[in-house]
Design a binder for this molecule. Structure first.
Ligand code: HQG
Length: 198
């Protein structure tokens, strides 16, 4: 399938995915490689960002190309505000990126691998390599997230009201993703019977 960038050029799904991966890498994991700086909310200057992507990867991307990547993505990964762009979630860089604190739906979901369950039972959900634990608003999204780690993912449910009452804060990622510093195991439900998991 071909996508238009609004400037007369066309890109394939493969092109869009390639660019999206590089954008994620730069904005979530390694801005230093691109010579860009993120502010405390993860935003950076869009023109500088495009120039950096082009320089590092020998591309000739325009603002229209970046807009096309965002518009045709399967997930809401990035946001452009005026002349700035950010990744909405997924960061692993050392300095914490701030997200808005808010009250999530009463139940959130987290799709994970069967092999992680013994550790999650003990330690709760931890951010692991990222800055925050990622939670989904619906089961289908949680299933997709968990499928990245296991062909038969387990969907845990999070009792957000009980967690909030205990002082756990939730942060806005995008319409389908919420973030938290950690979720202790007592607020997690939907465990399979012990015999069904590793
Ligand atoms: C697991 C993608 C052992 C956790 C997705 C997960 C998402 C533990 C894995 C976003 C644990 C980390 C994030 C513990 C958590 N012991 N394992 N105590 N606590 N884990 O990829 O949530 O496509 O860093 O269950 O769609 O899978 O990149 O996090 O399985 O929205 O835009 O440790 O990234 O978005 O894996 O995915 P990840 P995630 P994009």
């Amino acid at each position: 399938m071909w996508y238009h960038n609004g400037e007369g050029d066309q890109m394939t799904d493969k092109h869009l995915k390639y660019i999206s991966k590089k954008m994620s890498y730069a904005l979530r994991h390694n801005p230093g490689k691109y010579g860009i700086q993120l502010d405390e909310y993860g935003y950076t200057d869009l023109a500088h960002f495009i120039a950096a992507l082009n320089r590092v990867h020998h591309l000739a991307l325009t603002r229209g190309d970046i807009a096309a990547v965002i518009a045709h993505s399967d997930k809401q990964r990035f946001e452009i505000k005026g002349d700035r762009i950010c990744a909405l979630y997924g960061h692993s860089i050392p300095g914490i990126i701030h997200h808005q604190v808010a009250t999530p739906p009463a139940i959130l979901y987290h799709g994970t691998a069967r092999r992680f369950l013994p550790s999650i039972r003990k330690l709760g959900l931890l951010p692991m390599q990222r800055q925050f634990v990622h939670l989904s608003t619906d089961i289908q999204t949680a299933h997709q997230v968990g499928s990245r780690h296991d062909s038969h993912p387990i969907i845990l449910t999070i009792d957000t009201r009980a967690a909030q009452t205990a002082g756990i804060q939730f942060y806005v990622g995008n319409d389908q993703i919420w973030l938290a510093d950690e979720i202790p195991a007592q607020f997690l439900h939907g465990w399979p019977k012990k015999s069904e998991n590793s």
